[in-house]
Design a protein around this ligand. Structure first.
Ligand code: PNS
Length: 159
């Protein structure tokens, strides 16, 4: 069983995330989406909400499952028998930090990281920019799965 993890904050998941998850699922037997809990960062959405949004958005991909984790990613990989970490790369600016993490993780437990280039259409896309644009009334409907867009609108209206 070839199993990969796609880790991230997913606050909220975007079309860019979805594209990487779908493509990773075409290469691996199982893809685990791990929502990493960062106790120092208060997100717009709770970890449970992010997991729900991801579950809805990837419901059409049978070999993807959603999980969450607090701690080192390499420990999650070990516990779930995961051989590879798949990360989307938007631009060279992502590469610097991603390379450091990939090398550190490889050194810690031997887990490999595979980089997948995003579609050019998504190369400017990030959860934080989407939140900022939406907060000030910009249209982000085309950047998010439908279910995520609905929830984002609701959350911003509540705030
Ligand atoms: O979506 P993000 O915020 O860019 O994802 C970054 C994330 C969560 C994948 C990264 O910070 C991570 O792997 N955190 C888990 C803690 C860990 O293993 N840290 C050491 C990395 S070498």
């Amino acid at each position: 069983m070839r199993r990969a993890v796609c880790p991230g904050s997913y606050d909220p998941p975007t079309n860019g995330h979805l594209d990487i998850l779908e493509r990773a699922a075409a290469v691996f037997d199982e893809v685990v989406v791990a929502v990493l809990i960062n106790k120092n960062k208060r997100g717009l959405f709770s970890v449970e909400e992010r997991m729900e949004m991801l579950g809805e958005a990837v419901a059409h991909v049978p070999n993807v499952r959603i999980d969450s984790w607090y701690g080192l990613l390499v420990d999650f990989c070990r516990q779930n028998d995961i051989q590879a970490i798949v990360k989307g790369l938007r631009a060279v600016s992502d590469f610097d930090y991603e390379l450091q993490m990939a090398q550190m993780n490889q050194q810690l437990t031997g887990v490999e990281t595979l980089f997948m280039p995003t579609k050019p259409l998504n190369s400017f896309l990030s959860s934080s920019l989407v939140k900022e644009v939406a907060t000030y009334g910009g249209d982000v409907a085309h950047l998010l799965p439908d279910n995520v867009h609905q929830r984002l609108r609701k959350r911003l209206a509540e705030n």
